[in-house]
Design a protein around this ligand. Sequence first.
Ligand code: C2E
Ligand code: MG
Ligand code: MG
Ligand code: MG
Length: 289
Amino acid sequence: AAKAAGRGVHRFYSADMLAGARDRQQLEGDLRAALPAGEFNLCYQPVVRTVDAVVIGYEALIRWRHPVRGLVSPADFIPVAEECGLIGAIGEWVLRTACNEAARWPRDVRVAVNVSPVQFANPQLPGIVASALARSGLAPDRLELEITEGVFLKGSDSSDRMFAALKGLGVRLALDDFGTGYSSLGYLRTAPFDKIKIDQSFVRGAAQPGNRNAAIIRAIVMLADTLGMETTAEGVEIQDEIELVRSLGCSHIQGYVYGRPAPAAEVAAALGIDGRAVPSGFRVSRPSR
Ligand code: C2E
Ligand code: MG
Ligand code: MG
Ligand code: MG
């Protein structure tokens, strides 16, 4: 349950607490105040190309610094934001902020942004994305939207239209947490994903002898290859897992082994940006470790 709670992120709101209506009401109220109060920020985790260990982009991950409770995990507050109608405003802030920050990075470094199924169901989403791109000046192909299998729970007619509209903007689409949702392979037939992100639950333990996760990763990679989609192995924590997912053909790797989510200023420093100048053709080399 605490799967996504990175170090330093506190699962303050336990499931028990959220079950209590009073605590839940307080969380909603605090969440409502968080955006105007500037309590959110984005951290960025590197995504590495398997063949040469070059950082090709970063995934933006929201952080909420509660004035009293400290850092609250998105795994705790995103579902609440989805239920109480706040995800639209928060998601728009995430898109704008990620595009603005990534626009300062070298041109060959992309940014990935998580988009909730609730946002995906809003016909205004393409307009919101277009506006974030236009205001920031970020090239559309540098933005990758990560969606989960949850978007397919609703009718496929509207999701087909949404996919077409987003692809029409020139952005990339990734299928996040693949294999954990109500998976039906049927949607891979038509949905225009550029990338499948293999959930970290399949990476966990995969490098141990006899573990069946490796067979599942291999099958996902074969499927993705055949469909012309890239694959990112999520949650790679140790060298053995790097070697395993490389041998299984994953095109990209993301996980603590290459870097934990870090604030924008740290990423800018790692990219050699002093605040203005962006060296042309700049490449981030393999983190030394
Ligand atoms: P996700 O999109 O699958 O993001 C990956 C999560 O795995 C992140 O947790 C990341 O910190 C964590 N992670 C990365 N590498 C490792 C590793 O090697 N080991 C382990 N154990 N964990 C690793 P985080 O930041 O707590 O986010 C959790 C989830 O919250 C995300 O899962 C995503 O579903 C959601 N989320 C985060 N930011 C946003 C956002 O801006 N908008 C929306 N809608 N959802 C978000
Ligand atoms: Mg994601
Ligand atoms: Mg994921
Ligand atoms: Mg996830």
